[in-house]
Design a protein around this ligand. Structure first.
Ligand code: G4P
Length: 531
């Protein structure tokens, strides 16, 4: 993260664009719901729940995909909180969709990591954390479910420090656990927060005190717990790092809050944390230069495309992160890839459950642009400059299968459907140089099932996925003649992706190693920038 930057215009400076990462069941949905509740975006808790539950099982997941209205409006949510405008970008819940998750994280400036106080750092948390680390994203940690039996506070902090190799600074300190949990001591503001167990949607009572030695504490905390709290805080202050905003913004330190999302406890402190300490919209990288958010001209990039929200109309929504400028509805922007102007007449902002027309948006915001397939992941929109944003990769799929329509008459339609999914980023589609048919590549096996169901549902084409003779795909590049000669000699291994780029398919890592060794001028890569 860049520091020492000039002050941003106030409208941009008040924006906070972030995602929540967690292992399933840690409480992401519950926390999101409380954010929306305190942000005034929903009237009562329970409205986001349907989605959280839908995630749990595969069949429910399919059902959710059918009901794409829900998942789209929840993909990015904007709401006001105090003086801030929060843009919360949803990360897909299932581990099979890690590529989508990665791209989502290119659109945010910070992440909240939710962990379950009884379980600590779990596998999915660790994976997502690593992705954040690749981008040096600042991370705020929320240790949830303190109203249940949890681990010892020092143990939780140690585990995060050791497992994730990041400094952890306590922003609050829990008082008691499980049934004895009564609240937390706010270490950043020297305040006492008491949890209200009777009303789950009520914000905790704040007690003003003058530090941990204030005798007033005894009015709220039983003597034995108070003695323990004083002892622990003394130890924490001695042994643990103090919160340092610079180190946090650089991604080296995470502040941790202890709370209970379901009881609304600790949520406001966390929100204040994002607002007060979280990063402002950050500069974005492009091939030629860094784009600063305060630049006058509007620029943005597509990080996600969601197709067929209404199966009757082939409409799609492209999610665009604005990198700079002040966007106004009706603006004409240059679609850099096609070099054509696009009038953005009906952009949408995502306000919790509703989609709303956006009249204006600023750097840092996420807007949705309905379109008929022109906009693809990685595309740039500008006021004229031929920008090429970088850092939105496409990963080589880890699983390959061939696909065909059960009705051979529908082969042509299948090609169209597959290309649309490829453009949406839902799968890689390769057209082999020899023979007919397609090879589809995904990162997780569940995606094959989701694809099959979507192709049937959205295009009316029943399909069968079958084992492919290949297991790996690599993009091929290098000097033109060398590439052509190689492709001609290895026709049975060659295919093209939906952009027409050459791909080498094989079932042996040995093949890949051999090519790399014998023909150093050729490059076989497992990622490609989506431009
Ligand atoms: P996820 O999106 O990360 O998968 O988690 P989600 O919010 O759906 O929460 C998972 C479960 O944990 C839910 O229980 C939820 O109510 C519960 N939970 C969330 N925050 C807290 C908390 O602070 N304390 C306690 N004790 N539980 C919490 P569930 O039984 O699976 O669903 P439900 O029947 O409660 O809806």
């Amino acid at each position: 993260m860049t520091s020492n930057r000039p002050a941003l215009p106030p409208e941009i400076a008040r924006r906070r664009t972030f995602a929540i990462i967690s292992h399933p069941d840690a409480g992401k949905t519950t926390l999101t719901e409380k954010f929306l509740l305190f942000g005034g975006a929903i009237q009562m808790a329970g409205q986001v729940r349907a989605k959280g539950e839908a995630r749990r099982t595969r069949s429910d997941f399919m059902k959710m995909e059918q009901d794409r209205g829900i998942s789209v409006s929840a993909s990015a949510m904007s709401f006001e909180y105090n003086d801030f405008r929060f843009n919360l970008v949803d990360t897909p819940g299932h581990s099979d969709f890690s590529e989508d998750t990665y791209r989502t994280l290119t659109a945010v400036d910070a992440a909240i990591m939710v962990i379950d106080g009884a379980k600590g750092v779990e596998s999915q948390t660790r994976k997502l954390f690593e992705v954040c680390r690749l981008r040096d994203l600042p991370i705020l940690t929320f240790c949830n479910k303190m109203d249940r039996e949890s681990r010892d506070t020092f143990e939780i902090i140690d585990e995060i420090q050791e497992n994730l190799a990041i400094d952890v600074a306590p922003a609050s300190w829990p008082i008691g656990v499980g049934r004895d949990f009564i609240g937390a001591y706010d270490l950043l503001n020297d305040r006492l927060e008491i949890m209200d167990r009777a009303d789950r949607n009520k914000v905790a009572e704040t007690v003003k005190i003058s530090g941990i030695d204030d005798p007033k504490l005894a009015d709220h905390i039983p003597a034995e717990q108070l003695r323990k709290l004083r002892e622990e805080i003394e130890m924490a202050r001695e042994l643990l790092p103090k919160f340092d905003r610079k180190s946090f913004l650089e991604g080296h330190m995470t502040p941790i809050w202890f709370g209970s999302a379901i009881n609304s406890f600790g949520v406001r402190e966390l929100m204040d944390g994002i607002g007060n300490y979280g990063p402002e919209p950050q500069p974005q990288n492009s091939a030629d230069r860094e784009i600063a958010p305060e630049e006058k001209a509007v620029t943005g990039f597509v990080f996600k495309v969601q197709a067929n929200m209404d199966p009757k109309h082939r409409d799609r929504v492209a999610f665009v992160r604005l990198a700079s400028g002040h966007f106004e509805r009706g603006m004409k922007l240059l679609h850099v890839r096609s070099k054509k102007p696009m009038a953005i007449s009906n952009p949408v902002l995502f306000l919790a459950a509703d989609r709303e027309l956006a009249d204006e948006a600023w750097a840092g915001d996420i807007i949705g642009i309905p379109n008929h397939g022109q906009l693809r992941i990685g595309d740039a929109l500008t006021e004229g400059e031929a920008l090429k944003f970088t850092g939105i990769p496409s990963f080589a799929p880890e699983l390959l299968q061939s696909v065909r329509a059960t009705d051979p008459m529908k082969a042509k339609h299948l090609e169209k459907a597959l290309m649309q999914f490829a453009e949406e980023g839902a799968a890689k589609v390769f057209k082999p140089a020899i023979g007919s048919g397609f090879i589809v590549g995904v990162v997780g096996a569940l995606q094959f099932e989701v694809l099959a169901s979507r192709i049937e549902l959205e295009y009316g084409i029943p399909v069968r996925f079958e084992a492919s003779q290949f297991t790996s795909a690599r993009w091929l590049s290098g000097p033109k003649e060398k590439v052509e000669a190689f492709a001609n000699l290895n026709k049975q291994h060659m295919a093209t992706d939906h952009d027409g780029d050459l791909v080498y398919l094989t079932r042996l890592q040995w093949d890949i190693d051999r090519v790399t060794r014998d023909q150093p001028e050729l490059k076989l890569t497992a990622t490609k920038e989506m431009m």
